[in-house]
Ligand binder design. Structure first.
Ligand SMILES: C[S@@+](CC[C@H](N)C(=O)[O-])C[C@H]1O[C@@H](n2cnc3c(N)ncnc32)[C@H](O)[C@@H]1O
Length: 269
């Protein structure tokens, strides 16, 4: 399903890409000078705020995935907007709880495809697959994922740090509704997305810096994030900063992490 490796010319090194800027925040090596430049500019808005937020977001992914595998018994995972592999990846968390877990990763950036090999090294009992597709085309994603996942059984759908790259006018609400509609009862939606609720000034500066680099970012209020969970039951503690979603260590004393995170459960209708 991975298709062919992307041709070198498909990786545009003349302008920053979200997956590569995020990789730079996380201390990765799969980024280019143009990504580092924007990363440094954003990290300087609040001293190291963006790298800290990226780490808090990864930790949210790990805690939410583990909770769904351990407590909800979910064995199938569909992760859209996967990003450049960063250990531990989602399948490593899920398969450490349930070696037979089946995981489908989706991203639309050729740099992620180029590194997808690292996402495909799972347990012998489980399955991991990579699909190159755009989140704004949920029907294609569902069709491709159905080769690996059984949509009559619960699936954890994760859209982690993805939706702030997709405006509502660009179909964010519709794509979430289409994907959630396709899930069986017992499935869950895991989501994190940027907000300006905690630090409006600084977040505005970050949005402006991304916009100058040609990347559109959308900040959403808690109520706007709640719209994605309509018809689902929010698991405790609800929609909170990713750092406050079931933390497994004492909170640090830094600035608030401007990403909301939440998990919703689809009940039987
Ligand atoms: C900030 S990274 C998040 C990576 C990972 N989910 C995490 O939270 O650690 C956002 C990812 O979303 C991907 N992305 C952005 N827009 C997308 C779209 N329309 N379709 C698919 N992937 C998209 C980017 O390529 C990037 O890899």
């Amino acid at each position: 399903m991975t298709g062919t490796e992307p041709a070198a010319h498909e990786i545009d090194t003349t302008r920053p890409h979200p997956a590569r800027v995020y990789d730079w925040f996380l201390g990765g090596k799969d980024n280019y000078p143009v990504d580092e430049r924007l990363g440094r500019q954003i990290a300087a808005i609040v001293d190291q705020g963006a790298p800290r937020a990226a780490r808090a977001n990864r930790a949210f992914m790990r805690r939410a995935t583990r909770a769904l595998a351990e407590e909800s018994g979910i064995r199938q995972f569909l992760d859209i907007g996967t990003g450049i592999p960063t250990e531990p990846n989602l399948h490593q968390i899920a398969q450490s709880v349930a070696p037979d877990a089946r995981v489908v990763y989706v991203d639309n950036d050729p740099i992620v495809l180029a590194h997808a090999g690292a996402l495909l090294r799972g347990t012998p009992e489980g399955v991991t697959e990579y699909v190159q597709a755009d989140a704004r085309d949920p029907h294609t994603i569902l069709e491709q994922a159905a080769r690996v996942l059984d949509f009559d059984r619960p699936v954890a759908l994760s859209l982690i740090a993805l939706l702030h790259f997709i405006a509502d006018e660009d179909g964010a609400r519709d794509l979430v509704a289409t994907l959630v509609d396709a899930l069986a009862p017992g499935s869950c939606l895991v989501l994190s997305t940027m907000t300006a609720d905690f630090e409006p000034e600084n977040v505005r500066k970050g949005i402006d810096a991304y916009a100058a680099g040609g990347v559109t970012l959308v900040a959403r209020s808690q109520a706007e994030v709640g719209v994605f969970f309509e018809g689902l039951d929010l698991l405790a503690p609800g929609i909170v900063s990713v750092a406050d979603w079931r933390p497994d260590r004492a909170p640090d004393t830094g600035a608030p992490v401007s990403l909301y995170g939440a998990v919703g459960h689809k009940r039987a209708s």
